[in-house]
Design a protein around this ligand. Structure first.
Ligand code: F6P
Length: 329
């Protein structure tokens, strides 16, 4: 199937949903139609592919979706696609439905599935969709902007009550292995401490001392942004309250960060990336991942993309810390 002219393009969303995925689906469908391709939507990610939940898609099917959160194609995390049997079955189903090009919108886990399909001969392009901003080949992932704004607004609200009660607040944001939401909120919300999976040294004593020192200097609240990857916010709050005598509460923002109408940035980047994915397939390219790098839309070989690593930018982290009350004395 690889490298032939593409007639029918399938699109699916996979892994955690992210605001802006609908804008990407819409762009894939309409760009594909404008290039003369038949378009098919695959429901519920790879799960739906393996169950042949495949529908034809016309331009009107993506009307009124660009402003909606979630994904109109639904999504899932699919264990079967990690098996060889599952992958072979997926290829067979693509063949049977005439799908000779596939756009996978999701994160690294979804791209790993796409990589396997590509190795078995399906023309595949990945589009980065994840609120975590944790895909190494790209500076932007669909959903991060909306999620980080949702989290920022929620943290502002927690801060109001924290100040009123002169409390310490630990606010846990999403990011299993990646601290980008925590880092950005740490800067945007002016947090006193930012705990990132990539950086945290588990020195709780230091945090407790910071809280006591800040209180002595008249600080009314102490905001700690904790990334999900570190977790344990509730038990941390209990230990901090016991050690400092200062009322401490934990708030876990959870899945609210994944929902909501996408920001302008998410809609625009997702639209361009979706269209770009179709353009690659129509140009006969496969095994690619669309990315936004150094101010430009580009694409990478999927194997290279998956081999890349991403850390927290040192300078951003250092600035975030230097602006907190603990260090800017
Ligand atoms: O990948 C996005 C994400 O929201 C992570 O931040 C989080 O760790 C994970 O998904 C949660 O996954 P689920 O919704 O399957 O529990």
């Amino acid at each position: 199937m690889a490298n032939n002219k593409v007639n029918t393009i399938g699109v699916l969303t996979s892994g955690g949903d992210a605001p802006g995925m609908n804008a990407a689906i819409r762009a894939v469908v309409r760009r594909g139609l404008s290039k003369g391709c038949h378009m098919k939507g695959i429901l519920k990610g790879y799960d739906g592919l393996l169950n042949e939940e495949i529908i034809d898609m016309e331009a009107k099917d993506v009307s009124d979706t660009i402003e909606r959160g979630g994904t109109v194609l639904y999504t899932a995390r699919c264990a079967e696609m990690r098996t060889e049997d599952g992958q072979k079955k997926a290829v067979e189903i693509c063949r049977r439905h005439g799908i000779d090009g596939l756009v996978v919108i999701g994160g690294d886990g979804s791209f790993a599935g796409a990589q396997r399909l590509a190795n078995l001969g399906v023309n595949v392009v990945g589009v980065p969709g994840s609120i975590d901003l944790d895909i190494a080949c790209t500076d932007y992932t669909i959903g991060f902007d909306t999620a980080v704004n949702t989290a920022m607004e929620a943290i502002d609200k927690v801060r109001d009550t924290s100040t009123s009660h002169e409390r310490c607040s630990i606010i846990e944001v999403m990011g299993r292995n990646a601290g980008y939401i925590a880092l950005w909120c740490g800067i945007a919300n002016g947090a006193e401490d930012i705990l990132l999976p990539e950086k945290y040294d588990y020195d709780e004593e230091k945090i407790i001392n910071n809280i006591i020192e800040n209180r002595k200097r008249g600080k009314k609240h102490h905001i700690i942004i904790n990334a999900e990857g570190i977790g344990h916010s509730t038990s941390m709050a209990k230990r901090i309250e016991a050690a400092t005598g200062i009322g401490t509460r934990a708030t876990i923002l959870g899945h609210m960060q994944r929902g909501g109408s996408p920001t302008c940035k998410d809609r625009v980047y997702a639209s361009i990336m979706g269209a770009y994915a179709v353009d690659l397939l129509v140009a006969g390219k496969t095994k690619r991942v669309v990315a936004y790098k150094n101010g430009e839309y580009v694409d990478f070989d999927i194997n290279e993309a998956l081999a890349m690593e991403k850390g927290i930018p040192e300078y951003q982290y250092e600035v975030a810390r230097s602006l907190s009350a603990n260090y800017a004395k």
